[in-house]
Structures are given as C-alpha cells and as structure tokens.
Design a protein around this ligand. Structure first.
Ligand code: TXA
Ligand code: MG
Length: 327
C-alpha cells in the first residue's frame, strides 16, 4: 500500500502505479466516487484478472477510465453529439457514458456487449495514475462482488489485499457512491444507474416508481444484488425509526440505526451507528456504515429514508438493493 497526498500526489508513486498497469497488473486507486480496481483495459489477460479477483460474473461489463474527453475515440466507435455535450459539461466527474465500442476493446472488458462504458474521473490521483499508465484503465469498484463498494483504502485491503498488486491510498472518497451511468448512443440520455450527476442535472424525467427501471436490462450490473449483508437492512421514514427499533429490540435482536437527528431518543440497547446531515452526507458515509454494521455484529440496521431528489435518488437506490431479500 502506498500513501499519497490526494491533492498533490507524488509523481514517483503515480509512475509506479502507471507502470504496473501498463504491464498487466492490478492497481487499486481512489476516485471521487469510490476506489477502483484498475487494469489495462485493452489487455484481455489483465482484465481477466479483475474478474477473478472480484469474483465478478463475466457478463457484467467494466467501466473504462480515460484521462480526458480527447481520448474517447480510442475506445469508442462513434461519439454521438449527445456524448460530446455530456462530456463537455460533466467531465471530469461522476458520469459514465455508454457508447458503441471500438474493435480494440476486448470482449471481456465489455462483458460481451457491443458497447463500452467510459468515464473521466475527477480525482488528482485517479487522473495521475491513468496519465502515467498511458493506456485506458478498466476499473470496477474495488470490492469483492457482493460487498459494499470501498470508499477508503482500508476497505480495499480488507476485500482484495491478497490479490491486488498495489493499493494507492489517497484518503476517503468525496462522493461515496458509484458514478451515474448513462446510455449516450441516442439523442437523449437514458439513466442506467443513478449517481451524483442527477436526473435534474441531466434534465431527464424520473421513471415510474417500481422495483427496477424498465431499461435495467441494458446495464447488466443493475441485475445483481450489490450487497448481501449479514445484517438485515430496513429502510423507514424518519418518524418510524424509534418504534421499529423498539419492536426489534424487544425481540432481543442487536439493533443499529442510522438517523438524521442525533438528538432522537433511542430505545434501550439500540446502537446509533451513524448520523447524517443531508443526503449528500449519507452518500459519503453509506458504504462505511454498512461495513461497520456488519463488523459490529448487528442483526438489523434501520436506516432513515431520504427524499428521492438530487443525489437522494442514488442513495435510496443503493439502500433498496442492500435491503432487498432476493438475489
Ligand atoms: O464510480 C464508478 O463508476 C466506479 C469508479 C471506480 O469509477 N466504478 C464502478 O464500476 O462503479 P462497477 O464495475 O462497480 O460498475 C459498473 C456499472 C455496472 O452496473 C455495469 O453493468 C455498468 O456499469 N456497465 C459497464 N459497462 C456497461 C455497458 N457497456 N452497458 C451498460 N452498462 C454498463
Ligand atoms: Mg461495483
């Protein structure tokens, strides 16, 4: 594990990480969203090592990270006017664009699809590492499949410490949730995964409420349950937290809560795992909270729901996945 100053990373560390990537190794590095597990995106063997390390289903494609919008043409076949517009407005940043793939992108990177997902991250370490690599870098979240995404280097080490060649520690991630994924092949953006670039930012409407968006099949990752905690996650409106905690506590269960009001009276024996100020704050701490609920041995984690607007939509999307009973 190599530490760097997130604002001004040591060029020597970036060069080492870049060299490792170029020669087919796995390097975990911070982005503004979550830590990524990087490999040379155009090297099928290197990409194969990502799937093996994560235990990731082979039909779940990876996001390819590039240094700037000018490099879009190296991994895509056609850059639509919509993609250009979105790239100009939101890159570098937490937005991933799905476009037709260039032939140079191995099928493994694309999960066998004809498209490729591309993003320019907004983090000095990520950009430095990609720049030093000099190649496009495929990077899924650096967790084992089924675990919450990592937002610190310690999370990465816990999940993948024995299989990753290098972890660059640039401190905690500022956003805490994965990027917004948008299909940018047409005239209008189609949101495949919610994130910090919101529907309001993109000026697209909200889908009908329901368990899955109608276009979910277009983004294979959204089919999988992202996080199967040992601890049961229950999402409730703010005014129900106390009652529900009391009910579960009365059954002798180990209960934790995540609430917006630190002054709220909690029933005897109920742990306050975290408090948050707003949806943005909850986004930043969410994955660490889910991991810590598990390590504290909690049986039930009751989380206060946030408004489904702005980044609140992405927060609720991830919480619903964590709370889902099915696969
Ligand atoms: O913020 C992020 O996006 C982080 C950081 C490291 O950049 N990466 C990340 O990657 O979250 P991952 O692999 O955990 O999630 C990628 C998502 C999955 O839901 C996947 O199915 C979708 O993007 N995706 C990738 N390629 C796609 C494609 N060609 N078409 C549709 N969806 C795609
Ligand atoms: Mg992931």
């Amino acid at each position: 594990m190599l530490d760097v100053d997130p604002a001004d990373p040591d060029p020597g560390v970036l060069a080492r990480a870049g060299e490792a990537l170029r020669t087919g190794r796995l390097v975990a590095f911070p982005t503004e969203t979550v830590y990524g597990l990087g490999a040379h995106a155009l090297d099928g063997d290197a990409v194969g090592r990502i799937f093996a390390a994560k235990g990731r289903p082979p039909d779940n494609p990876l996001i390819v990270h590039i240094a700037g919008a000018d490099d879009l043409g190296t991994v895509t076949e056609t850059v639509t006017p919509l993609a250009r517009r979105l790239a100009e407005r939101f890159w570098p940043g937490p937005l991933t664009l799905v476009l037709r793939a260039a032939v140079s992108v191995p099928a493994d990177t694309r999960g066998g699809l004809a498209t490729v997902a591309v993003r320019v991250p907004d983090h000095p370490v990520a950009r430095g590492v990609i720049g030093a690599a000099g190649v496009p870098v495929a990077a899924p979240s650096a967790n084992r499949s089924g675990r919450p995404s990592p937002t610190t280097a310690a999370h990465v080490r816990r999940d993948l410490g024995d299989v990753v060649d290098l972890i660059v520690d640039g401190g905690p991630c500022a956003i805490g949730l994965e990027s917004t994924v948008v299909d940018a092949r047409g005239d209008e953006p189609i949101v495949l995964r919610e994130g910090a670039v919101t529907r309001e930012d993109l000026e697209v409407g909200t889908p009908q409420p329901g368990p899955e968006p109608p276009d979910a099949a277009a983004s294979p990752g959204t089919r999988y349950r992202h996080y199967a905690p040992d601890c049961r996650v229950i999402l409730v409106p703010p005014d129900r937290v106390g009652d529900l905690a009391a009910t579960h506590a009365a059954q002798g269960e180990q209960i934790g809560v995540v609430v917006s009001d630190p002054a709220a009276e909690l029933p005897e024996g109920v742990e306050e795992v975290a408090t948050f100020g707003d949806a943005e704050h909850l986004a930043r701490i969410l994955y660490d909270v889910l991991r810590s609920a598990e390590s504290r041995g909690l049986e039930v984690l009751i989380v206060e729901a946030v408004e489904e607007e702005g980044i609140g939509r992405a927060v609720m999307d991830r919480l619903r996945r964590a709370a889902a009973d099915g696969p």
